[in-house]
Design a protein around this ligand. Structure first.
Ligand code: FAQ
Length: 328
């Protein structure tokens, strides 16, 4: 539906029919045995394309994700919070670096990926197209957006593509510090003054819908899940990740006296599944396709960074560049 489901089905069938059946069978047997695929190993073109798409989008999400929190560094309440937030934002950009490197092993250059980001051709996570109006919004991101990211990444770090899995392992270790920092910030506000509690509640109200979208469209309408799960790139479906997030974090949110803006939200005691209002997938579609509240602003900032940093990249890559000491 979002990437043109039927078109993708046709492309997938054609792409697989074009592959050498013996090599394809051996590749799939390796995946079934739980082996890691490495950059120089044979792989179907569709596996390569899907991995580039997914890792690239993930990398973009990290560097764009640094922006809403980044604007809070100078306004963070107190020196300790400033230091912690600065380190967190720096980590997120570092995750982008790791992920761009992992995607480059599949044959797409970093320049091409960044061009596709600023031109709007590539996607990045829906959630970073919403504004962080208050300090509490920044706290919500540090705790719950990181929590959602960890649910997804811990699962996928056990996947089939070596460079992506190794990057995810390192990323998850760092994200767990972010989660603790974010939880601490939220506890502070949720147990603080009336004004602080209200500010935190307003942030939960604003971010809940984007958070439900964050795990991707429901399995019924997800376009890529089937092939990605068959090839163990995605190790849990979008709905499974959403359920796991709700299981782990709804009780923690309630424990802090905060409410969640969804009257239907409850854990069905018979099925053990969380029930909730169906997310507005039309809004999701609009936001990921460029029409969210902050898409233009986010891309403008990235574009400026690309333009301002061009001379540095050019100087570093110049073939004749060399360091000349004053005494030489
Ligand atoms: N936002 O068929 P599916 C973070 C698109 S990192 C935007 O289900 P798939 C760290 C999807 O691309 C957060 N677009 O797709 C941090 C596809 O469009 P396309 C990022 C989305 O790939 C924390 C279409 O919808 N994490 O937060 C989204 O099987 C705090 C159809 O969807 C990752 O990227 C979305 N939420 O499953 C940083 C993890 N969901 O390409 C700073 C790796 C779906 O056909 C502060 N990625 N779409 O045009 C994944 O696990 C998967 O790609 C999913 C989507 C689960 C995101």
């Amino acid at each position: 539906m979002y990437g043109g489901g039927n078109v993708f089905e046709t492309m997938k069938a054609t792409a697989l029919a074009d592959e050498d059946p013996v090599k394809l069978a051996e590749f799939e047997a390796r995946i079934d045995r739980g082996e890691k695929i490495e950059p120089t190993d044979w792989m179907p073109q569709l596996y390569r394309k899907q991995l580039i798409r997914m890792i690239e989008q993930h990398a973009h999400s990290e560097i764009i994700g640094a922006l809403p929190e980044g604007t809070w560094i100078t306004r963070a309440p107190g020196f300790k919070r400033k230091l912690a937030l600065m380190a967190k934002v720096q980590d997120e950009v570092g995750h982008g670096q790791l992920l761009y490197s992992a995607a480059e092993t599949l044959g797409k250059s970093r320049e091409a990926m960044l061009d596709d980001l600023v031109s709007g051709k590539s996607k990045y996570s829906n959630i970073f197209n919403y504004p962080a109006f208050t300090w509490a919004d920044s706290c919500f991101i540090s705790w719950l957006v990181d929590a959602g990211a960890i649910v997804n990444q811990v699962a996928n770090s056990k996947g089939s593509y070596g460079p992506y899995c190794r990057a995810l392992e390192r990323i998850c270790a760092e994200e767990s510090f972010h989660l603790k920092y974010g939880h601490h910030c939220v506890i502070h506000l949720a147990t603080g003054t009336k004004k602080q509690r209200e500010m935190m509640q307003a942030a939960v109200n604003r971010w809940w819908a984007p958070m439900m979208h964050f795990f991707g469209p429901s399995d019924k309408i997800s376009v890529h899940s089937e092939i990605l799960m068959r090839w163990k790139v995605k190790m849990a479906s979008n709905d499974a990740c959403r359920q796991q997030f709700l299981d782990m974090y709804v009780p923690k949110i309630w424990e802090l006296g905060l409410t969640i803006p969804d009257e239907k939200l409850r854990k069905n005691p018979e099925t053990g599944e969380w029930e909730f209002t169906e997310p507005d997938w039309e809004e999701f579609k609009r936001v990921i396709n460029g029409d969210g509240p902050c898409n233009k602003e986010r891309l403008a900032v990235r574009k400026l960074a690309e333009e301002r940093g061009r001379w540095v990249r050019k100087a570093l890559l110049a073939p004749k560049a060399k360091y000349v000491t004053p005494l030489a």
